[in-house]
Design a protein around this ligand. Structure first.
Ligand code: FE2
Length: 223
């Protein structure tokens, strides 16, 4: 992705969060200049990958397949001594913008429609070799109520509704005709090692630097 494109998406996301009265923590507005003065006091932000995350999954057509995320909190996934066993993200799933099929080996996550349009979540179990979608029926919990779906079936979450996605349940989602403010509450998050995409994809985009960054993405902080 071009840096100018990423900058424009972060600007638009800030406006979208504001419109939905979702307030981000102070480090969301730190500039690269601010980061040049940050020392070890901000190590948790670097180490846990908190902050902005804009991705086209390496496919080069962000409007059709992509996602804007902001990781608000996270723990050390590999450290059993870390009492912070949870993570939270806020995301924007654009109108008809698909986050492609993937599952997580470790992370159980609740995907929450926090406002905007309806969120369509499509679900199927992974086969044992993880390479395909199984034809097995899907049973998930939505806000404390079990729901049964055929393999590859759509769940439509209206604002306020959520679904719990256990490990190895393939999911893809998109905003139905309108952008959706999507929450994620989960076990600790490791985007470098805990995403199994159905088709091989890049989790983070390659970036062409055609202008200065407005915000660093979560994988770009100077160490
Ligand atoms: Fe996921």
């Amino acid at each position: 992705m071009k840096r100018s494109e990423i900058n424009a998406h972060v600007h638009a996301a800030e406006a979208f969060f504001q419109k939905h009265h979702f307030h981000l923590p102070p480090f969301s507005s730190w500039t690269p200049e601010d980061w040049s003065h940050k020392g070890p006091e901000a190590d948790a932000i670097r180490a846990l990958g908190l902050g902005w995350d804009v991705t086209d999954l390496g496919k080069g057509h962000f409007e059709e397949e992509g996602l804007i995320l902001f990781t608000l909190r996270n723990g050390h996934a590999l450290d059993p001594a870390d009492p912070k066993t949870y993570a939270e993200k806020i995301m924007i799933s654009g109108a008809n913008q698909v986050t492609p099929w993937h599952f997580h080996w470790h992370k159980t996550e609740d995907i929450i429609n926090r406002g905007g349009g309806d969120l369509v979540v499509t679900l199927a179990w992974a086969t044992d070799d993880e390479a395909h979608l199984s034809s097995r029926e899907v049973c998930v919990t939505c806000d404390g109520v079990e729901r049964h779906l055929p393999a590859g079936g759509d769940l439509v979450l209206t604002p306020g509704e959520s679904v719990t996605l256990p490990p190895k349940l393939y999911h893809q989602f998109h905003g139905h005709r309108e952008a959706v403010l999507v929450g994620e509450v989960s076990r600790t998050n490791d985007d470098h090692a805990d995403n199994r995409f159905l088709e091989p994809l890049g989790r983070f985009p390659a970036i062409e630097e055609d202008e200065a960054p407005y915000r660093y993405l979560c994988h770009e902080y100077p160490q």
